[in-house]
Ligand binder design. Structure first.
Ligand SMILES: Nc1ncnc2c1ncn2[C@@H]1O[C@H](COP(=O)(O)OP(=O)(O)O)[C@@H](O)[C@H]1O
Ligand SMILES: Cc1ncsc1CCOP(=O)(O)O
Ligand SMILES: [Mg+2]
Length: 262
């Protein structure tokens, strides 16, 4: 078992600043539910989003972008082809990329098979909730579609094994986030339960991770820093008016980072 260290805010701040300063272009092949929210989250943190999906375009575009996000949330035959082409090209050229294995496991056999094919293409980071990481590791999980029903602690062992086997970084998000390379692990506490009641926070966090690893050589700390930023913004967002306002306020808080607060 790897050593778990709580991430300090001061460790995350330089990574958050670097994204703002360098404005990385993030190529997103993501699901139909969260396209707009993800683009707005990336803009809020100072990155540039590009949703480029066609199989005729993805190979060229991964070489133009600074990093790639592959999210299988509403996968179909066409998008699966694009995802595999894009990931193959990033692996060939050793470009940073993130896999978000939305809802793997349970009855969803097609996406689970594609997720395993994508894992073999060496994602820099895999970001999922506890149920997804347990399922990816071949362990029992109790998801509810894209939502987790498992604790992040229960997925820590699976995360360590996956990280070692595929030489990747695994970020498990939930009440406490854990980010591990199989040897060193950061924990990030805090956040807010409302983050689970707005669709796309997990998916857009994966896009944030793609932006953070695009501008850093320390992918472990960069990933943990992105997790910190989402949790902190989730704490600061307005919880008095209902979930619609909360979602918009979350964007506000992400965009205000570094100006009025950390
Ligand atoms: N119980 C919780 N308390 C506080 N924050 C949470 C909780 N569950 C999830 N989060 C936060 O919500 C964000 C999305 O994570 P999660 O809900 O696990 O992703 P997904 O949408 O992929 O299931 C992350 O920032 C995570 O830390
Ligand atoms: C509801 C839903 N169904 C397929 S993808 C998706 C979005 C899930 O977003 P998140 O995992 O960030 O909550
Ligand atoms: Mg969610």
């Amino acid at each position: 078992m790897s050593v778990v260290k709580p991430l300090q805010a001061a460790q995350a701040i330089p990574f958050i600043k670097r994204v703002k300063d360098q404005c990385p272009l993030v190529h997103c092949i993501t699901n139909d539910v969260v396209q707009n929210f993800t683009a707005n989250v990336l803009l809020a943190i100072g990155a540039s989003p590009a949703m480029v999906i066609a199989e005729q375009e993805v190979t060229a575009f991964v070489n133009v972008a600074n990093s790639l996000l592959v999210n299988i949330g509403t996968i179909n035959n066409n998008t699966a082809k694009s995802m595999l082409l894009a990931a193959t090209e990033t692996q060939k050229n050793q470009l940073p990329w993130v896999l978000d294995p939305v809802a793997v496991g349970s009855a969803l056999i097609y996406r689970s098979e594609i997720a395993h094919q994508l894992l073999l293409l060496k994602p820099t980071v895999v970001r999922g909730n506890a149920s997804e990481i347990l399922a990816l590791g071949g362990q029992n999980s109790s998801s509810k579609g894209p939502d987790s029903q498992d604790s992040t602690e229960s997925a820590l062992n699976a995360a360590n094994l996956l990280a070692q086997k595929y030489q990747t970084i695994i970020a498990i998000t939930g009440d406490v986030d854990y980010v591990t390379d199989g040897h060193n692990t950061y924990s990030i506490a805090g956040g807010d339960i409302n983050l689970t009641k707005v669709t796309g926070t997990g998916c857009s966090l994966s896009a944030m991770v793609a932006a953070f690893i695009a501008v850093s050589t320390d992918a472990l700390l960069a990933t943990a820093s992105a997790c910190y930023m989402m949790k902190r913004a989730g704490e600061l967002a307005n919880k008095q008016q209902g979930l619609g306002t909360y979602a918009v306020s979350l964007l506000d808080q992400l965009s205000l980072f570094g100006d009025s607060h950390q």
